[in-house]
Design a protein around this ligand. Structure first.
Ligand SMILES: Nc1ncnc2c1ncn2[C@@H]1O[C@H](COP(=O)(O)OP(=O)(O)OP(=O)(O)O)[C@@H](O)[C@H]1O
Ligand SMILES: [Mg+2]
Length: 282
């Protein structure tokens, strides 16, 4: 598969549940990697909503309008095929994805892929090239169900969910394609400070499940207005200093930024700077 030749570490944000925080997290991961001086290639596989692409466009506009230089990702959207026949759709989408992925891997140090909140062929292609999958989930048992159906008392797995099976399938494909492994990290999003009991129960459930279906748990993001309100400017918590932060950072900003840094630390990414990569391969 030509795509694998120039493999760069690829982080995929995925979860078949809509609105769980994939795009918000993708943009924060992108900004974190850019802030480390890395060249980041980003792919939006959600060509219907294009939220990540809008986030990136807003960032470019804000930077130009305010005359503040901001590091930008090398961003592309892969559109869904309009072909009538399914096999033709898949062929077109595979070709479009592989072209963009090969182009980005040649020119960047790391790739971040945002996927739609549904099972699509493009989403599967994205998962199949992942080195790291980040699955944001809301802190509730409704979202827990997307990982696995479990016995409510013992958390014994009754059946892995379709999404867990999709990750399993992606792991098999990676193993066959290039012997690679996929690190799957589940992060809880929109954590409420109010419902401590629910929080503990979901936490216990996730811990019981993590070994069985093979993921690690990241501490996650709190429910914070700041994660919502920066979309129109295309900024993230990592950029607030560049913005001049009119009036300085609030406690909530500082706490949110710490959450983003904690997520990146939990990913335990290899050193992605080009010089170090060459040394590691030598
Ligand atoms: N930690 C958070 N605190 C507050 N609001 C949040 C947080 N994370 C995400 N949101 C908001 O929740 C909504 C859904 O987030 P987002 O678009 O990132 O989810 P998604 O998983 O990409 O959705 P989709 O499946 O539709 O692509 C957005 O309005 C976003 O601003
Ligand atoms: Mg999204």
């Amino acid at each position: 598969m030509p795509v694998m030749l120039a493999k760069k570490h690829t982080i995929v944000l995925g979860n078949e549940k809509g609105g769980s925080g994939k795009t918000t997290s993708a943009m924060h991961v992108i900004a974190s990697l850019l802030a480390e001086g890395l060249r980041v290639g980003s792919i939006d596989l959600d060509s219907r909503q294009r939220s990540l692409s809008r986030y990136v466009e807003n960032r470019r506009n804000w930077s130009e309008t305010n005359d503040v230089p901001l590091a930008m990702p090398d961003h592309h959207v892969v559109d869904r095929s309009e072909a009538d026949v399914l096999t033709e759709q898949h062929r077109e989408e595979r070709q479009a994805f592989e072209t963009v992925y090969a182009h980005l891997t040649a020119a960047n140090d790391v790739i971040v892929i945002d996927s739609p909140g549904s099972d699509t062929f493009l989403s599967r292609l994205g998962h199949a090239v992942a080195d790291t999958i980040i699955t944001p989930m809301n802190d509730s048992f409704v979202d827990f169900d997307l990982l696995a159906q479990v016995n409510p008392d013992t958390y014994e797995v009754k059946r892995p969910s379709l999404y867990a099976e999709m990750v399993w399938d992606a792991r098999k494909r990676r193993a066959i394609a290039d012997g690679g492994t996929i690190d799957w990290v589940v992060m809880r999003n929109r954590l409420s400070s109010l419902d401590a009991k629910n929080k503990r129960r979901v936490e216990a459930g996730l811990e019981a499940l993590s070994d069985r279906i093979g993921f690690r748990i990241a501490p996650g993001f709190g429910e914070r207005v700041i994660f919502r309100e920066m979309f129109p400017s295309g900024l993230t918590l990592l950029d607030l200093r560049e913005k001049g932060a009119g009036g300085g950072l609030s406690m909530s900003h500082v706490a949110a930024r710490a959450e983003v840094r904690q997520l990146i630390a939990t990913l335990e990414l290899p050193d992605l700077h080009p010089g170090q990569q060459q040394q590691a391969q030598a």
